[in-house]
Design a protein. Structure first.
Length: 201
């Protein structure tokens, strides 16, 4: 059992018992295909937004047919939660249902995929990992000094609050508020740029 700040008992579950954890094996990016390959989009940590869904992917690679077939089970799906587990650990995002084409995550990202209620569970996990309790969990799991990392098996064994209907409802409300705030921030940045452009024009 876990406790909230009000000391109320909250049931907990192991993350690996409610979701699959998938990480691309090393070496996928090593080959150089000149022609006849298949293009695949690659999500990196730079594509994880501060709020809202992952909607755009900047990078892509071209794979040979054999290597393209070998990554079948690692392809990213809508509502996968992506978490950075190497280097800058603990950054998280949720893949939008609008993402199209063949997509993988680079080796520094872990995909967490729920089997049931994918959208609701994904947002609930995302907001938990962004919370103070989630940050403490990430800090506890991370290892390394020069390059920080999180072990996938240890993360799968980590206990998180059970994703109840109430937690899902509250998580979605926070998710929507975060996105609204981000839109306002971007609007203000746009205003700053306009002010700078007008100087000495």
């Amino acid at each position: 059992m876990a406790k909230t700040k009000n000391d109320a008992e909250v049931s907990a579950i192991k993350l690996g018992e409610t979701a699959r954890l998938l990480r691309l094996p090393p070496g996928v990016r090593d080959e150089k295909i000149e022609k006849g390959g298949k293009k695949v989009k690659v999500i990196s940590i730079a594509d994880l937004p501060q709020a809202g869904y992952i909607t755009s992917i900047k990078d892509s690679i071209t794979l040979s047919k054999d290597k393209h077939n070998s990554i079948e089970k690692y392809r990213i799906e809508p509502f996968d939660v992506l978490m950075s587990i190497q280097g800058t650990v603990g950054r998280v995002g949720v893949v939008s249902e609008t993402i199209s084409g063949e997509v993988i995550a680079n080796i520094s990202l872990l995909a967490i995929r729920f089997i049931e209620n994918k959208a609701d569970n994904a947002i609930a996990l995302l907001q938990y990992l962004k919370s103070a309790a989630g940050r403490r969990l990430i800090t506890r799991l991370q290892k390394g000094t020069t390059i920080k990392r999180i072990n996938v098996k240890e993360l799968a064994a980590a206990r998180i609050p059970a994703l109840s209907a109430d937690i899902k409802r509250r998580s979605k409300a926070v998710f929507d508020k975060e996105f609204a705030v981000l839109k306002e921030i971007n609007k203000l940045y746009g205003s700053l740029e306009e002010i700078r452009k007008s100087y000495l024009s």
